[in-house]
Design a protein around this ligand. Structure first.
Ligand SMILES: [Zn+2]
Ligand SMILES: [Zn+2]
Length: 137
């Protein structure tokens, strides 16, 4: 069976990248970061789960292909709170590459005042409904 089109992932990806590019604080060097965000693509990737410490939690990664957020299509079935939470966390990695997990979340809080929580049995990135509405419009 072919996986259905990951429509929710695509919608969240486009909205999150647009939101972050538009609202990133303008400081010295930020224009380069905005250009990097606007070049980002979303791609389904079979390697997201392969080799992950906990394959159940592995739904996205960055740094595998140039300018690409890789996703596992199974993430499409989660609520938008998790999808946008994970997406904006990955965008955080693209804003501050090589600063690790807490660095990505700190970039999102520092840049946009958005708190990423870790919820559910798998402790996945999660944002509130107010944040989802703000980003998806
Ligand atoms: Zn990948
Ligand atoms: Zn991460």
């Amino acid at each position: 069976m072919r996986p259905r089109k990951p429509d929710r992932l695509i919608r969240a990806f486009k909205a999150t990248v647009r939101f972050c590019a538009r609202h990133l604080p303008r400081v010295v060097g930020s224009e380069k970061v905005v250009q990097r965000l606007l070049r980002l693509k979303l791609a389904q990737c079979d390697e997201v789960k392969r080799g992950a410490a906990d394959p159940r939690r592995a739904l996205f990664h960055v740094g595998h292909r140039p300018s690409t957020i890789c996703c596992d299509v199974s993430a499409n079935g989660l609520s938008m709170n998790f999808i946008v939470g994970m997406m904006i966390h990955e965008v955080g990695h693209c804003i501050v590459p090589r600063r690790g997990e807490s660095g990505a979340d700190a970039a999102i809080f520092g840049g946009f005042g958005i708190v990423i929580e870790y919820r559910g049995p798998l402790a996945l990135e999660w944002v509130s409904g107010a944040v989802v509405r703000k980003i998806l419009g």
